[in-house]
Design a protein around this ligand. Structure first.
Ligand SMILES: Cc1ncc(COP(=O)(O)O)c(C=O)c1O
Length: 399
């Protein structure tokens, strides 16, 4: 196994799989909406190696803060290959984005004002649309009190106010687009059908001929038995085709999980095994912080590296932290794990290695399994790094 000689805990990214996930989206776009562009959602996993790889593969960067914008620039992007989203853009970065030809999707009162002042002729200005939650199957999106947080709301007049606010920019020749990202729990095609249908309703009601439509992210990718890029794009195309010409209206997709999620393993080792009641408590050098920093999951795709032949009816696999609820999963009737055995969690590349914090121990190493073998691309944070990150520049504070 690729990870056999690697000190744990460590993430391992499969580069070929990442390339295959990108190729699979690009292949579907070529067939269904050739005037389209993928933009990788930086927040999903902002590891610099990944951003450089995405840039080399021709995937744009989708960023939601000034910091992510600056990070993308340092990892090989220029403004003209960035989509700038979110409600917290700073004035200097939004001005830079307009000047440099980024796509800027507006989602706050401040964004609208800055757009009216600074967007230029040919600036790509998107209005984020708040898609009403009651249009979705309840099971698709979970429960939201009062609707989605993001976007301008059409029924209450927020969207028409936003249109009015950016009118000066449109008169100067800025090009308008619509942005409609919605989070779902099922990532099903029907979610994208609903989003695309609503885009049509908005275009018709407000007589907008958009230069682009940005459907956002939230797709599956690289996972057998789940919707494919073709199935998502067919649904989106079927709904939009009545109102939009793919030859003249650009389509943006902002996948994060679909590109990186399925490519990555976390390799951990067993540190201790002991009996408590009817269960074996297996303490490992991984943690929920690494692969489930939002503490929501309870099941994983995993493999065991053990020579044990005895079967244990109940093993509670735990993380290294001293939190009792750092329990990663409970496994039944599997080989009885021993100290030094390995547990490898698969498909854990999204919302993991750059979201988990530095609690008790610091961030694990990251390796890439690529054409030149297995190469380390992130070193674990040392105690010195930790002090530097958590101090002011004054050396006295670093002691
Ligand atoms: C605006 C936007 N685009 C893209 C994404 C990426 O989503 P995912 O990683 O699920 O593909 C998100 C995630 O919340 C988002 O908010």
């Amino acid at each position: 196994m690729v990870s056999d000689g690697i000190p744990t805990p460590a993430f391992v990214i499969n580069e070929r799989k990442l390339e295959a996930n990108i190729a699979s989206f690009n292949g579907a776009l070529r067939g269904i909406w050739s005037n389209a562009q993928l933009a990788y959602s930086v927040k999903t996993n902002s590891l610099p190696w990944i951003l450089r790889k995405m840039s080399q593969e021709g995937v744009w960067a989708e960023v939601v803060s000034d910091e992510e914008y600056a990070l993308a620039l340092q990892c090989g992007y220029d403004d003209s290959r960035i989509i700038f989203n979110g409600p917290i853009k700073g004035e200097s970065f939004i001005k830079k984005a307009f000047r440099g030809g980024a796509v800027v999707n507006l989602d706050s009162r401040a964004d609208l004002d800055l757009c009216a002042r600074f967007a230029e002729c040919d600036s790509m200005v998107g209005l984020r649309v708040n898609v009403p939650t009651d249009l979705f199957d309840a099971g698709d999106i979970g429960v939201f009190d009062g609707g989605f947080r993001f976007g301008f709301d059409c029924p209450s007049g927020g969207f028409s106010d936003a249109l009015e606010a950016i009118a000066p920019a449109l008169r100067r020749g800025a090009r308008i687009g619509l942005h409609l990202h919605c989070n779902s729990v099922t990532r099903s095609e029907s979610v994208y059908r609903t989003i695309a249908k609503y885009a049509v309703a908005v275009m018709e009601r407000f007589e907008i001929a958009p230069a682009f439509i940005d459907i956002g992210g939230g797709f599956f990718g690289g996972v057998e038995g789940k919707p494919t890029p073709e199935s998502y794009l067919s649904a989106i195309h079927e709904e939009l085709a009545c109102c939009v010409d793919p030859a003249s209206t650009m389509l943006f997709l902002e996948p994060g999980s679909a590109l990186i999620g399925s490519t990555t393993d976390l390799v951990t080792s067993v540190l201790d095994v002991k009996c408590v009641g009817d269960a074996s408590i297996v303490t490992t050098d991984g943690s929920r912080l690494h692969i489930d920093p939002l503490w929501k999951k309870n099941a994983y795709l995993y493999s065991l590296g053990t020579s044990s032949v005895a079967i244990c009816p109940k093993q509670v696999v735990c993380g290294y932290t001293c939190m009792d609820h750092d329990r990663i999963m409970t496994i039944a009737d599997r080989p009885a794990l021993q100290v030094g055995d390995r547990i490898i969690y698969h498909r854990v590349g999204a919302y993991s290695m750059t979201l988990g914090g530095m609690f008790i121990r610091y961030l694990p190493d990251v390796y890439v399994d690529g054409p030149s073998g297995v190469v380390k691309v992130r070193d674990t944070i040392s105690v010195e790094d930790y002090i530097a990150i958590n101090s002011t520049g004054d050396l006295n504070h670093r002691r």
